[in-house]
Design a binder for this molecule. Structure first.
Ligand SMILES: C[S@@+](CC[C@H](N)C(=O)[O-])C[C@H]1O[C@@H](n2cnc3c(N)ncnc32)[C@H](O)[C@@H]1O
Length: 441
């Protein structure tokens, strides 16, 4: 298929310009929906990354922020000219990926092909070439235009009828490129016969967080639904946004019960207020906060000896670690109620919780990855009642106070400090926060 690079060269200027304007066309979808979905599938670590059909380098730049060595390949000189400006420090190669791939000195842990495969005629050859340059256990992450979107766009076209069509990609520029319509089955099986298996499919779509952040708060300064009780359609719609695109988002918000319409105008529903309350503006995501849990520290006197109820975890993360049992506090639940409930569920014991310590710990891997961020409320239960039973999540044992450290072969790092606080407790609640690294998780 000749002239591919010339076609994309013709499109490059418009493609680049549109991709810089968030508010219009499919690029808002790319920025806010598709790319975050691809991010979520990135491996934690990858030394060498190959971005195929890298275009003007917007996605390549994101890859370079995550991974140390990224190479971008594209057939279009003009696209690459922009890419070199955007993703400085990345190596770019102009190359037609219908041909056997260029030779590399090393293999890649991650190969990405974002919005490329629809333009590749020899998909089988492409998958074969990927299999030659991928590291064992590496990932090929592809993003394609959903083939169902073509189905129905052209009269008489069946989803199952694979064919090459001309596709106007220039947003009115009149430039057309060849577009290979294939079923999902063809995509997946072509990679399968070349040694890959499909690990995950995502069909990214408008998320509640996107709908709240993007269409509501960025549209107009002070004119958005976060700051007003009701807003009229004409005040809500930004002038620069096409009516149809605006209506698309508005309807999606109404369908998700985030916005409601009344005679006074549009307003947030209770669900919409709740979602926006948890939003992290700027990152366009629901705020993720530290996990809140209750630590259950049971003590009893047995023949004049103080004993602690210790726990050996049989659940990931921290499988095999020892300390006191813990339980997550459910949304809307009283923390001391959660402690009592967890003690009953986990150990079949009943007792009266006394809060003695509040702790906030962040746990990092040796590579500085935040593994856990937790706030816990430690409760003392004196002489809890009932017949102790161990569940499938861990084993319990009453241990004499003097033998605690002998028993704890693999204590959770914060446990000695909690034991100290428990022993010192005389009615005053203490608070500490800190962080530590761990090799195992
Ligand atoms: C829709 S753009 C996607 C660009 C970029 N990955 C992104 O997501 O913004 C498709 C890109 O594939 C490139 N391309 C198409 N056919 C190609 C081929 N045979 N070899 C290399 N690149 C090709 C085009 O030049 C264009 O830059």
């Amino acid at each position: 298929m000749g002239f591919i690079s010339e076609h994309w060269d013709l499109l490059a200027d418009r493609y680049h310009k549109n991709s810089q304007e968030d508010c219009t066309g499919g690029f808002a979808y790319e920025k806010y929906i598709n790319t975050p979905s691809l991010f979520s599938m990135f491996p934690k670590k990858a030394s060498n990354v190959l971005d195929l059909g890298c275009g003007n380098g917007i996605f390549t730049l994101e890859l370079a922020k995550h991974f140390p060595n990224v190479i971008g390949i594209d057939t279009s000189k003009k696209m690459l000219k922009e890419a070199k400006k955007i993703a400085k420090g990345v190596s770019f190669i102009q190359y037609d990926l219908e041909k056997p791939f260029p030779e590399f000195d090393y293999k890649f842990d991650l190969i990405t092909a974002k919005l490329l495969l629809m333009y590749i005629e020899n998909l089988d050859g492409f998958a074969k070439e990927c299999s030659k340059v991928i590291e064992k256990g590496g990932i090929v992450l592809v993003s394609i235009r959903h083939p169902f979107r073509r189905y129905g766009e052209e009269e008489g076209m069946s989803y199952f009828y694979e064919k090459t069509v001309m596709h106007n990609i220039g947003g009115g520029s009149g430039t057309e490129v060849f577009f290979m319509h294939r079923t999902l089955e063809t995509y997946i099986n072509t990679f399968r016969v070349n040694g890959f298996y499909c690990d995950l499919i995502e069909e990214p779509r408008v998320r509640a967080s996107f709908m709240i952040e993007y269409p509501i708060s960025e549209w107009r300064d002070g004119q958005d639904l976060l700051y007003k009780e009701y807003i009229k359609y004409s005040d809500l719609k930004p002038k620069e946004m096409e009516g149809s695109q605006f209506t698309f988002h508005l309807e999606a918000l109404i369908k998700e019960s985030l916005i409601k319409k009344s005679s006074q105008g549009y307003s947030l529903t209770a669900k919409g207020k709740e979602v926006s309350n948890r939003m992290d503006y700027g990152d366009i995501d629901i705020k993720t906060q530290a996990k809140i849990s209750a630590v259950l520290c049971c003590i009893r006197e047995e023949d004049g000896v103080t004993q602690y109820l210790l726990y050996t975890r049989k659940k990931n993360p921290f499988w095999g670690y020892q300390g006191f049992p813990t339980g997550k506090v459910k949304r809307g639940e009283d923390i001391s109620e959660a402690a009592t409930r967890e003690l009953l569920e986990e150990a079949n014991l009943d007792g009266i919780p006394e809060l003695f310590a509040i702790r906030h710990y962040r746990i990092y891997s040796n590579e500085d990855l935040l593994l856990e961020d937790k706030i816990f409320f430690a409760f003392r239960f004196k002489n809890p009642k009932g017949k102790l039973t161990s569940g499938k999540e861990g084993d319990f044992k009453w241990v004499n106070r003097n033998s605690v450290y002998e028993y704890l072969k693999r204590p959770v790092k914060e446990v000695p400090e909690i034991i100290k606080a428990l022993e010192k407790f005389s009615g005053e609640i203490t608070f500490l926060e800190g962080s530590y690294t761990t090799e195992e998780f």
